[in-house]
Design a protein around this ligand. Structure first.
Ligand SMILES: O=C(O)CCC(=O)C(=O)O
Length: 310
């Protein structure tokens, strides 16, 4: 087989994987040495311990639930642009993205994501967030550390959740910077869950077996989704559709888990593999409301979590 045919075969595989599973796992890790170099630089910027967090009194004096994620001008990755070539220029990543999103695909967002271990979370905070479906800890982190997103687990969700009224024309690319085992808050992903299209969070899921869930999206029907746990080596990379359900449990290890998360979108007007994937969905491609778990200030009003039972 010549190189061109081999590349085409791999591209077909990416679209086929997305149509069937709503996800594609790269068979080989990205450069583990580059991943590890980046990790060393990230770890040198702060202690991933209780000093990340505001005191309870500081938090209560002025609770801020929104605007607490990395943003332009406050995103640690901006310091490490030159260390990101192992992802952004990796031939298999560029080929997969070009197949799915077309030429000139665009970056919507890129950031570091940290799974914080229980021992790094102050007891007052652990008590407050117990049972919440979305434990993004940004609200409780000191402002100077909000250049990374910190999680203590997040229930099964679609990445469309942050994009009200936007079509599912983007994909998530997620890379581990160190080996991730079952104890390191690995991603749980529900294969084929994208097929029911956009759905409002929290999701209607019933466990049907050790690795399977019945998933219903209102009038759009029901599907059986197989659960996969994405453990992997440094450089492990996976990508998924904006409607694919995924989540993490709290980090059970004694150290933080640090990953890279990219959202990449098709350029307006370009047709690409994502059109074939979206044409096969049985539900909506966009939502006017994406979640009902928060009050107007952004505080959790629903205390329930499905992924923690997985
Ligand atoms: O890294 C994590 O723990 C969760 C990441 C995730 O699901 C997301 O950012 O959408």
């Amino acid at each position: 087989m010549n190189a061109m045919i081999a590349a085409d075969a791999r591209s077909d595989q990416v679209v086929a994987d997305f149509i069937r599973d709503g996800a594609h796992l790269f068979p080989e890790p990205l450069d583990p040495v580059a991943a590890s170099d980046l990790l060393t630089k990230v770890r040198a910027t702060r202690a991933f311990d209780e000093t990340l967090f505001l005191s309870e009194a500081e938090f209560d004096a002025d609770p801020q639930y929104t605007g607490v994620n990395p943003r332009p001008g406050r995103n640690l990755l901006e310091q490490f642009e030159t260390g990101l070539g192992f992802v952004e220029q990796a031939p298999q990543v560029v080929a997969a993205m070009t197949t799915l999103l077309g030429e000139g695909y665009e970056l919507l967002n890129k950031k570091l994501v940290c799974g914080v271990p229980a021992k790094s979370i102050p007891p007052w905070l652990r008590e407050r967030i117990a049972g919440n479906p979305v434990n993004n800890l940004g609200a409780y982190v000191k402002p100077q550390h909000r250049d990374i997103t910190y999680f203590y687990g997040i229930d099964f969700h679609q990445d469309l959740i942050d994009y009200k009224e936007r079509e599912a024309d983007f994909v998530t690319l997620y890379i581990y910077l160190h080996p991730v085992t079952r104890q390191d808050a690995p991603l749980f992903l529900l294969k084929g869950s994208h097929a029911l299209g956009g759905a409002v969070f929290p999701h209607d899921l019933t466990r049907t077996g050790p690795d399977s869930w019945a998933y219903r999206n209102g009038g759009y029907g029901e599907t059986q989704a197989g659960q996969i746990i994405l453990t992997g080596a440094a450089g492990f990379a996976a990508m998924w559709h904006a409607c694919t359900l995924h989540g993490t449990q709290p980090d059970e290890a004694d150290h933080e888990r640090i990953s890279l998360r990219y959202l990449l979108a098709r350029k307006p007007g370009v047709s690409a593999g994502i059109d074939q994937v979206n044409a096969a969905l049985r539900g909506p491609l966009s939502l006017t409301a994406t979640r009902i778990d928060l009050d107007v200030a952004g505080a959790a009003v629903i205390k329930a979590n499905t992924v923690n039972q997985a």
